[in-house]
Design a protein around this ligand. Structure first.
Ligand SMILES: [Zn+2]
Length: 206
């Protein structure tokens, strides 16, 4: 078996190092790993960043009519202008607060030695078991069209690997699975290469 990353329990982040791969998590009883290749990494956007993004886009959607349409539409100095502007600013500030909280949570987790790599791709004989926190989806190799590795070392210092799937397999609107691999540049490249090779092998097999 080949592994890349810290391989914590995807569900509860328990450090599984030293534990046999197939064993259940002693902390939350989530299943262990079964494939011949397992890669763990960060989600593309952390939870709080995603929530902050919703607030930012809400603030933006309010800012646009205030900046352009509202004065023209409602007339100058309309009573609604101020409350909408205040709401927009409030949404923006809440977004910033959530984003800062997320950064703080991740930093203190790292200080305490808690892994943030709660995404695991488990390459089983018939397909990839994608585990993201407590969610899980199984993707047969036949449904994978292409592997997109992008080594964005300058920007995030993490390699981003995305699986492009056949449109029929995009059930539930979950999109293409993506994992952000950390570690040294060489480790990231090795993990991305291992994913590509493993999928290519599985697709060549009868
Ligand atoms: Zn666990």
């Amino acid at each position: 078996m080949h592994t890349y990353g810290e391989l914590p329990c995807p569900k509860c982040a328990y450090a599984r190092s030293g534990l046999e791969h197939t064993r259940r998590c002693p902390e939350c009883a989530a299943p262990g790993f079964r494939g011949d290749l397992v890669v763990s990494g960060h989600p593309e956007t952390h939870r709080e960043s995603r929530w902050a993004g919703w607030f930012f886009s809400g603030a933006f959607q309010l800012a646009v009519p205030i900046g352009f349409g509202l004065t023209w539409w409602l007339g100058r100095n309309h009573a609604l202008e101020e409350p909408i502007a205040i709401l927009g600013i409030a949404l923006f500030l809440v977004g910033i607060a959530i984003w800062l909280y997320g950064r703080h949570r991740r930093k203190s987790a790292t200080r305490q030695g808690v892994s943030l790599e709660q995404i695991a791709w488990d390459f089983e004989p018939d397909g990839v078991r994608v585990r993201e926190f407590d969610a899980e989806r199984f993707i047969p190799y036949a449904d994978i069209v292409k592997v997109w590795p992008a080594l964005n070392f300058a920007f995030s210092r993490k390699a981003r690997v995305t699986l492009e799937l056949r449109s029929e397999s995009l059930r539930g609107g979950q999109g293409y699975p993506t994992i952000m691999i950390s570690g040294s540049f060489g480790e990231q490249r090795a993990a991305a290469e291992a994913i590509k090779q493993r999928i290519a092998e599985a697709k060549r097999a009868p």
